[in-house]
Design a protein around this ligand. Structure first.
Ligand SMILES: *Cc1c(COP(=O)(O)O)cnc(C)c1O
Length: 439
């Protein structure tokens, strides 16, 4: 049964995330009983193609046999131990492998459980770094217009999404916002790289005035996810890196959404040929299995904390820091990247996705700015209809696909397991949903 009972119990007892609960008077919850590959099944056996990787976390499908096997093995050995004063193979192996993926440029890994905590760790580390260097006045942050770095009180300081931030403004010590290099802002005859250069000039103007009080610039490399899959040219990252160097400001790459191969390279920054001072990872790193996040940083940062004085150390902690099960899921995820040559396979997959979207939506009269970066694709829908996002979501469910627009932006962020037939199913479902909503 699709258990109306379960839905009622959920509405009574569970306060669902990112939701005005009253809207569930009209919009039914969907109870999922089982997942397999890219599919989610409800109690009646109805299946949904997970076109957004369950909020961008699931890389290799649900109930992946290889990740399941790794977790079963880990369960029989060690489920958890505190990481202060103790260590274990999964956390060491994961740290070593991630360091290797940065070419050992960011060879120190600090762990937490969710993305917002990784943001906070990078913010705290950057301020503490300058303090340890005798420059405590460098304690402010810069982020891009439309940036999203999580919703805890600290992360909101660098998040620029009004609906997530405004109610809590009295709690938040907001950083500075500089213009986004959003490629859609290109004027006639302007390229995405031109927009990036213009935005970098504005960043430079800010840093020239405020560098003495600025600890770090934080960016979502290549794609600003939560504000609607805003895509920009990698030139911005190169310019931002060199401005940060010139003005002695640390660079934090929040790769929570764009890391783990999502944009085509394992780290999005690789496409710009730069390395930041901090990389935040979460979401896909555990294959979508368990809450895990981490911050990778450099020897330079690490050395500034290494001292006889306890208080010069980074004393931050979370109870589940470095949880062995989560680390083991991450190791199994990295194994799949290697064994299946996933970055290469995704080139083909994203080309097919792009081709199929272009064929279906390229000439659609309501579609604007069809865009793609690796395994993220999006377009904006020009419609005066209110409530587009919820209507589209419902219509897509009726067509067997899970898609959840951000405002009027429909986006695709599927797991890395779709073949051509499933890509066609996903795009067909989106097309049918769009035409239905606009009718
Ligand atoms: C999702 C996300 C976060 C926050 O991660 P949570 O696990 O939801 O706290 C931070 N930054 C970016 C870019 C994200 O997409």
């Amino acid at each position: 049964m699709s258990s109306p009972n379960l839905l009622q119990r959920s509405l009574a007892a569970v306060w669902h995330p990112c939701t005005q609960m009253k809207q569930h008077e009209a919009l039914p919850l969907v109870a999922i009983t089982r997942g397999e590959g890219p599919w989610l099944y409800d109690a009646e056996g109805r299946r949904l193609l997970d076109g957004i990787s369950s909020w961008w976390v699931n890389l290799f499908g649900h109930c992946n046999p290889r990740i399941n096997a790794a977790l079963r093995d880990q369960l029989e050995r060690l489920e958890h131990v505190m990481l202060a004063g103790f260590t274990h193979e999964p956390v060491v192996a994961l740290s070593e492998r991630l360091a290797a993926l940065t070419g050992h440029r960011l060879g120190h890994a600090f762990y937490a459980s969710d993305g917002a905590s990784a943001t906070e760790i990078a913010l705290k580390m950057s301020v503490h770094y300058w303090r340890n260097l005798g420059r405590p006045e460098k304690s402010r942050f810069v982020s891009l217009a439309g940036s999203y770095h999580g919703e805890t009180v600290g992360a909101l300081a660098v998040t620029d999404v009004a609906i997530f931030r405004d109610a809590y403004a009295p709690l938040v010590r907001s950083g500075s916002i500089v213009p986004t290099p959003d490629a859609r802002l290109a004027g006639p005859g302007e390229s995405a790289a031109d927009v990036a250069r213009r935005a970098a000039t504005q960043l430079e103007a800010h840093l020239a005035r405020h560098h003495h009080e600025t600890a770090a610039l934080i960016v979502e490399p290549l794609v600003q996810g939560a504000s609607g899959m805003v895509m920009y040219d990698e030139e911005y990252l190169r310019l931002a890196r060199s401005l940060c160097d010139r003005y002695e400001v640390l660079l934090i790459a929040d790769e929570i959404a764009v890391g783990c191969g999502r944009t085509g390279s394992f780290f999005a920054c690789e496409q710009a040929g730069i390395w930041p001072d901090f990389i935040c990872l979460s979401k896909g790193i555990s294959g979508g299995y368990l809450p895990l996040s981490l911050v990778l940083t450099t020897q330079t940062i690490y050395d500034a904390f290494y001292d006889d004085a306890t208080v010069r150390g980074f004393l931050h902690s979370h109870s589940y820091t470095g949880n062995p099960l989560a680390c083991r899921a991450a190791l199994a995820t990295l194994d799949i990247f290697e064994q299946d040559d996933v970055l290469n396979a995704n080139r083909q997959r994203s080309a097919e996705l792009g081709k199929t979207l272009q064929a279906r939506f390229g000439e659609h009269p309501a579609v604007r700015h069809l865009r793609q970066r690796g395994m993220i694709a999006a377009f904006d829908v020009d419609t005066p209809k209110p409530d587009f996002s919820r209507r589209f979501f419902s219509a897509a469910l009726d067509h067997g696909v899970l898609l959840r627009p951000i405002g009027n932006t429909v986006y695709f962020m599927p797991p890395y397991v779709l073949d051509d037939a499933l890509i066609a199913h996903l795009v067909d479902g989106a097309g049918a949903a769009l035409d239905e909503v606009l009718a």
